[in-house]
Design a protein around this ligand. Structure first.
Ligand code: AMP
Ligand code: MG
Length: 404
């Protein structure tokens, strides 16, 4: 039985990025660029004014001196002829610097008198000019392969007119629920039946990381039903099943996957919840078999499936960092397994504090809703005192956000 870390490493070693596709720039938001993108031209493309003011030749300028204004260049204006000695051109921010000028005097530092402009302070060569190529040189890599596209990268690519960008493909992930006790949403619950909520929680978690879920429905507790649905699931980039993976006599998932040619790499991990997790591969496609308990399903997705799907979509950093949080209360556990403790994390004076989010029984879904973090409690340690630090994976981007 692998430890948590070994199981995760084995899974990550089994997957690699899927193919590449070109998508429009806005659709590329949050995705990983697959090739280095080089600048097709210098940026700025031409020397231009950083201020509204007057383009001048610095050598003509004395503090308190004045220059004759011979022209006007608005933003978007065309390049003008070179200016004569002793002259200035009124210029707007972003407009091209006229040939011969080597400085801009901001309008706030001048006084205009008829067709002359009087200067205040001394003028230094190069002041208030944005020079061609000072930000990016033609041919420079502006966004390198492996970068996640956030608004600044989108801005850079847009500046170079890159309407389409090569990004790693989204993973299509089949979601299969198993069990005779399951009914679909909308069906009337009766004693002994359980609504197939895992399909939705998994599909949501898959979509949340930018992958595409395909819900296959329910495989009933017969081999035929399992095989039919699993064969369909193996058409996707990855298959995630829930339930039927413990040691019950109706737990058919592993046997049916094996019959379909899925090579099991491990079954059972030294973790709680989620111990009966199984992982296999068929022709490079990962198959994740998650326990059916909704809490175990979500926690194992978060800790063992999510990193792999991210890698398949080209992400290089796939494992969440731990934040260190101080426990508010005492926590006890048995030795031998890593425990994933559902915790409520708060930020006080810039430090993280963690409290148990409630009853840690895996049957209690409410605790999962109250939690915004998972404290990953080491395998052998059994007691954690208030004030002790634990390592936490944050589940939400809004931890510590302020109301107002
Ligand atoms: P199993 O892993 O098959 O032993 O299932 C463990 C628990 O998870 C049982 O109480 C199941 O009823 C429940 N369960 C299994 N599949 C689902 C599902 N798709 N949605 C919600 N609960 C489920
Ligand atoms: Mg079952």
């Amino acid at each position: 039985m692998p430890t948590f870390e070994v199981a995760r490493s084995m899974i990550l070693a089994s997957v690699s990025p899927l193919g590449v596709e070109r998508v429009d720039l806005l659709s590329a938001l949050g995705r990983v660029v697959a090739e280095d993108v080089a600048a097709p031209w210098d940026m700025p493309y031409y020397d231009n004014s950083a201020m509204d003011g007057f383009a001048v030749r610095a050598e003509d300028c004395r503090a308190g001196g004045s220059l004759r204004v011979t022209g006007y260049i608005p933003a978007g204006g065309a390049v003008t002829p070179a200016i004569e000695p002793g002259c200035a051109v009124r210029i707007m921010t972003g407009a091209p610097i006229p040939p011969g000028c080597d400085a801009v005097v901001p309008v706030e530092e001048t006084e205009q008198r008829g067709d002359a402009v009087q200067l205040g302070e001394k003028v230094s060569p190069r002041q208030h000019i944005r020079f061609r190529g000072e930000d990016v040189r033609s041919g420079d890599t502006v966004v390198s392969a492996g970068t996640i596209l956030h608004p600044p990268e989108i801005s850079m690519l847009a500046s170079f007119g890159k309407a389409m960008v090569p990004v790693y493909r989204k993973a299509r992930v089949a979601v299969l629920s198993t069990g005779d006790e399951l009914i679909e949403l909308g069906e009337q619950p009766v004693s002994g039946k359980i609504v197939n909520s895992n399909a939705l929680s998994l599909a949501a978690a898959i979509r949340e990381i930018g992958a595409e879920p395909a819900i296959l429905g329910i495989a009933r507790d017969t081999e035929e039903s399992h095989r039919e649905k699993m064969a369909e699931g193996l058409q996707a980039d990855a298959l995630v099943t829930s339930a039927g993976v413990s040691a019950g006599d109706r737990d058919l998932v592993r046997d049916c996957l094996a019959e379909l040619g899925v090579r099991q790499l491990f079954w059972k991990v030294e973790i709680k919840p989620g111990g009966p997790f199984a992982f296999g591969v068929k022709e490079g496609k990962p198959v994740f078999s998650l326990p059916g308990n909704p809490v175990s399903t979500m926690v194992t997705f978060e800790e063992l499936v999510r990193p792999a799907l991210l890698r398949m979509m080209g992400h290089r950093r796939v494992i969440k960092p731990y934040v260190r949080a101080t426990l508010r209360g005492e926590v006890r556990k048995k030795p031998g397994k890593v425990h994933f403790l559902r915790v409520r994390v708060e930020v006080e004076n810039g430090a993280y504090w963690a409290t148990s989010a409630g009853d840690q029984n895996t049957g209690i879904l409410g605790t999962m809703l109250r939690a915004n973090g998972i404290a990953v409690l080491p395998k052998e340690k059994t007691a954690f005192s208030p004030g002790e630090e634990v390592e936490v994976h944050l589940l939400r981007g809004d931890v510590g956000m302020l109301e107002e």
